[in-house]
Design a binder for this molecule. Structure first.
Ligand code: 16G
Ligand code: ZN
Length: 528
């Protein structure tokens, strides 16, 4: 490794003195002006990780739902997963090293991780539609090439598409073809196969309005349009031709403000959904005949998906080990419905996709969703092989169910939650079940709940346990919460420091008479 060349090149991407950024839940994220050195260094780190794992590594340039002037970067591990925790620490060290120390930190990581400098490296790169993404992705490439790494620049991609590409490239073609056509073909073939089974009566409902947050989702849905010309009418709003990215629109806006995005024409009872800026989150919603807005969040998406999968397994006569993974933000009604009515085991993990994803991998079939709309379903390799065999062998109703299950496995992006793939899964399930959006919404009634941000001097004084549902410190905090909670029926509350902002988040839900009355009027309401 030519450290002198690295130093020289790094001078073109010099780190502002004293700037310390941390690789957080969603990688590095801040104003795009402060990110050039981070991008270069993440190019370097991706090469090391690729050499160490002898696999292709992904680098995605995006800041998801953040405002347009921000940007960010995250690395994608060999199976399309989030970067391993020890490498997150390396990322923080490398990003924080002052210019003159950087080569030394790079060497230290190589030694610690026993990286063979002679090993070949391959990195794939994707970016979202932010104005700063083009230049920043060039800085990543600069970092990759100065260490002699090879790369493929996919250009504009959704975050989940890059996760898919990485997974495909490292699974020897088993998962799919690592091209945009491969992605579109895999999903559209599975969708068409699956919806073939739907009765004609569902046809008139197969149209959905999508708020693309003025982001990459619009471009990618347009690319897929001709694959679905007959199966599904997708109407795009906030497609980036006029509005600003994530401004008054997108999944995060809709979920946190509990109202429709700007720029969406909603007629009563029409099915609508919103993607976030990099298309890895999705929420649905509709307006009822009285004009009330109803949000269908990640919890209800998980319930729809897991009940569909469970019914198929029953039909086939297979009892597989299925689990649903949520976070503390999951509405208590969803957890109760899954456990008590559907009899599906539910697990709670810390906030952040990587935690849910890892837990979901423990099951034959693991469905995970954050309430904010990030999630997917994972199937163990053995289950996938078995279901595909049964789809060939079984006849009649069992055969039909096995074929549906085999198709839906291909429709999920098993590398990570994917708004496009999730939308197709949901549209297929609603068509197959003949469900309207209102019927789906009525599966259970959300407990009234409220989420607040609180600014404190130092959010690190709050530490939590039990998947962030209980505060360990400061002393007395949890006792105070307990005293309040015990006054109300079905009440639950917790406090946790945010992993992405310098604030503390407070969540509470209850079924008190007052909240029940309010909840009944607009039952999916979160008051912000
Ligand atoms: C990140 C996470 C998201 C989580 C959110 C929590 C990924 C890809 N994204 O955006 O899953 O819900 O952080 O933010 O893991 P908070 O810690 O500020 O509440
Ligand atoms: Zn996102």
């Amino acid at each position: 490794m030519d450290l002198e060349a690295v130093s020289k090149r790094s001078a073109f991407h010099a780190k502002p003195q004293g700037l310390i950024l941390q690789y957080g839940t969603a990688g590095f994220r801040t104003n795009a002006q402060h990110l050039d050195h981070i991008m270069f260094r993440m190019g370097l780190l991706a090469v090391l990780r690729s050499k160490q794992t002898k696999s292709t590594i992904g680098v995605m340039v995006t800041a998801s739902h953040n405002p347009e002037e921000d940007n960010g970067v995250k690395l994608i591990d060999p199976l399309g997963e989030m970067l391993a925790p020890t490498w997150e620490e390396h990322a923080t060290c490398l990003a924080s090293a002052e210019e003159q120390d950087m080569p030394r930190v790079l060497t230290a990581i190589m030694e610690k991780e026993a990286v063979d400098p002679q090993q070949a490296a391959f990195v794939v790169i994707g970016k979202d539609t932010r104005p700063s993404s083009e230049k920043l992705s060039q800085s990543v490439i600069d970092g990759v090439t100065v260490l002699g790494g090879q790369f493929h620049d996919y250009g504009l991609l959704t975050t989940p598409q890059l996760h898919y590409m990485v997974y495909c490239r490292n699974s020897g073609g088993r998962y799919g073809k690592a091209t945009i056509e491969g992605y579109c073909q895999k999903l559209s073939k599975a969708f068409v196969e699956l919806t073939k089974q739907a009765s004609c009566s569902g046809d008139e409902n197969r149209s959905v309005k999508v708020d693309c947050a003025n982001g990459i989702g619009a471009l990618k849905l347009k690319e897929m349009e001709h694959y679905f010309s007959q199966g599904l009418l997708v109407q795009l709003f906030n497609d980036g031709t006029e509005g600003r990215l994530n401004h008054l629109c997108g999944a995060d806006f809709v979920k946190s403000h509990q109202k429709p995005p700007q720029g969406m024409e909603m007629k009563s009872d029409e099915r609508c959904c919103s993607f976030d800026g990099d298309a890895d989150r999705i929420v649905y919603y509709y307006r009822d005949a009285d004009g009330h807005f109803h949000l269908i969040d990640g919890d209800k998406i998980a319930t729809l998906i897991s009940s569909f999968l469970k019914d198929l397994l029953l039909e086939i006569g297979e009892s597989l080990n299925m689990g649903v993974v949520q976070t503390a933000y999951a509405n208590g009604s969803s957890t109760r419905y899954l456990e008590e009515v559907m009899k599906v085991p539910v697990y709670c993990t810390k906030t952040g996709v990587k935690h849910l994803h890892h837990k979901a991998q423990e099951f034959d079939i693991g469905v995970y969703f954050e309430a904010n709309g990030h999630g997917t379903a994972l199937f163990s390799e053995a289950v996938e092989v078995k279901i595909k065999r049964l789809a060939q062998e079984l006849q009649d109703e069992k055969g039909k169910a096995a074929k549906m299950l085999a198709s839906i496995i291909d429709l999920f992006n098993q590398a990570t939650g994917d708004a496009i793939s999730d939308m197709l899964v949901i549209e297929a399930i609603l068509a197959l079940k003949g469900l309207t959006v209102q019927q789906w919404d009525a599966i259970y009634v959300d407990l009234p709940n409220r989420q607040l941000k609180v600014k404190v001097a130092d959010r690190r004084v709050i530490s939590t346990t039990n998947a962030e549902r209980q505060a360990l410190t400061p002393p007395g905090l949890q006792e105070a919460i307990n005293d309040l909670v015990k006054k109300y029926k079905l009440a639950r509350a917790f406090v946790r420091p945010s992993g992405t902002e310098d604030i503390v988040r407070v969540y509470a839900e209850a079924d008190s008479q007052v909240s029940w009355e309010q909840g009944r009027r607009n039952h999916s309401c979160v008051w912000n």
